[in-house]
Design a protein around this ligand. Structure first.
Ligand code: PLP
Length: 439
């Protein structure tokens, strides 16, 4: 029996029984969560858990208090919310977009959904019906795996490429090679990116925006990690620098805002779709096949969104409205609230590098990426599958990049949110042991 920080036999037994082999790197996040829970239970040892992207910070009090008050007022819980959303939330969201992205939109262009997860579902159901011929989504990968699952569930076709080899100017020809087929209704990416934590440069956003305009393609810009490129301070309302966005380069955009990570509000499930004013009122012949009206905004709200849920949780909308207001009024600095993630990532990356690991997606063109919610890493000589499995014997869990559409299959994704500073010594000890045993 090998001597590893976590009992070798138990880990081996649990991995063998999990059914996740031979290729453990194809496991979903939830499958890894289950396996690690089982190992922890039987060994009594606590893992350094880096597999799941759950917020690890408390929800701001402003938000909780506003939601409690809304519930206590007795009005909100008994009535159905409006499909297009609570007026106060819509208006504060529009203010937020002006103050932090520097884009002019009105409340009507800001539509709450049950998290960005539902935003994507409603948007896929809309963009793919704009025209009969344009019926595929282009994923700029790596990406959030569930969005592809949504396409599978909806029977929507998609294509994808790993952006690793196509940064900067090279992005243009690559994206154009897809769009010129005339088959793509939309392009989707997250920025900063889950899982790689790369952030597109202004040059790259301009390339995406220009091509979207040229080929009449809608960009679905997923800003689930709004403002979390901590190399710049995006936290001052109405002052540059603003959160970078493709909205500066095309009218064909929808921005997905999520409250989950930025406001640690994942449990209440509320996000906002910001539809470009020009796109909102634009007519598309294809929409008439599935929707009553042919305008984008109408089809999205009263067609797609209506069928997914009868509106968004009333009290969560009130909470979010007050939160946006506090942020917009400069009373709450939302970036300060989430900076601990960057501090954790900095230490964790340093410990990994000191012990022979490499950061896989390490640069935005010529600049080192930001520290933030996720990072990617590999260990020379091991495949992603081998690394994921080996690390379990050392009490460290992560997910493979393989399930994110990345071609860098040697890599794993680490999420810093559940790793508390009190665990850094343990992490260091386990990484040292790993390095000693694998040189
Ligand atoms: C890139 C990305 N988009 C969307 C989501 C889902 O966001 P929400 O919790 O608002 O549904 C996540 C959550 O991890 C994510 O990483």
């Amino acid at each position: 029996m090998k001597n590893t920080p976590i009992n070798f036999e138990i880990v081996k037994k649990k991995i063998d029984a999990s059914g996740l082999k031979p290729d453990i790197s194809s496991s979903t996040i939830r499958e890894i969560v289950r396996l690690v829970n089982e190992i922890q239970e039987e060994t009594g040892e606590k893992f350094v858990r880096m597999e799941m992207g759950v917020p690890g910070l408390p929800t701001p009090e402003t938000l909780i208090n506003a939601e409690i008050e809304a519930l206590k007022s007795g009005v909100v819980s008994s009535k159905y919310p409006m499909i297009e959303g609570n007026a106060e939330l819509k208006n504060e969201a529009a203010r937020f977009v002006k103050l932090f992205i520097n884009q002019d939109v009105e409340g009507k262009h800001c539509i709450p959904a049950v998290g960005s997860m539902q935003s994507a579902m409603a948007l896929f159901l809309t963009v793919n019906r704009l025209s009969e011929k344009r019926n595929k989504i282009l994923f700029i990968d790596p990406g959030f795996p569930v969005q592809k699952q949504q396409c599978h569930v909806l029977g929507i076709g998609y294509d994808t490429f790993d952006v690793y080899d196509y940064r900067g100017e090279k992005l243009k020809d690559k994206i154009e090679s897809y769009l010129k087929t005339g088959e793509f209704s939309s392009i989707i990416y997250s920025n900063p990116n889950n899982p790689s934590w790369i952030s597109f440069t202004e040059k790259e956003l301009k390339i995406i925006g220009d091509l979207a305009t040229k080929y009449n393609t809608v960009v679905l810009e997923d800003l689930a990690y709004f403002g979390m490129d901590f190399r710049k301070d995006y936290s001052i309302p109405g002052e540059a620098p603003y959160q970078p966005s493709v909205a500066n380069y095309t009218d064909n955009y929808v921005i997905m805002l999520s409250s989950s990570k930025v406001f640690s509000f994942a449990g209440e499930r509320v996000g906002i779709m910001v539809v470009s004013p020009a796109l909102f009122d634009k007519s598309f012949d294809g929409l008439k096949r599935n929707y009553k009206k042919d305008t984008f905004g109408y089809a999205l709200i009263y067609g797609a969104l209506y069928t997914l849920s009868a509106g968004v949780n009333h009290s969560a909308q009130v909470g979010m409205a007050k939160m946006f207001k506090a942020v917009n009024d400069g009373e709450y600095n939302f970036i300060e609230g989430i900076k601990p993630y960057a501090e954790r990532a900095k230490v964790m990356k340093k410990l990994l590098i000191e012990n022979g690991f490499k950061i896989v997606y390490d640069k935005d063109e010529d600049q080192l990426i930001s520290d933030g919610f996720y990072f990617t890493f590999s260990y020379p000589g091991l495949t992603g599958s081998e690394l994921l499995e080996e690390l379990l014997y050392y009490g460290i869990s992560a997910i493979s990049l393989k399930i994110t559409g990345s071609k860098r299959t040697e890599g794993l994704r680490a999420c810093v949110s559940q790793v508390l500073p009190e665990q850094f010594d343990t992490l260091e000890y386990r990484l040292k042991r790993f390095h000693e045993d694998h040189q």
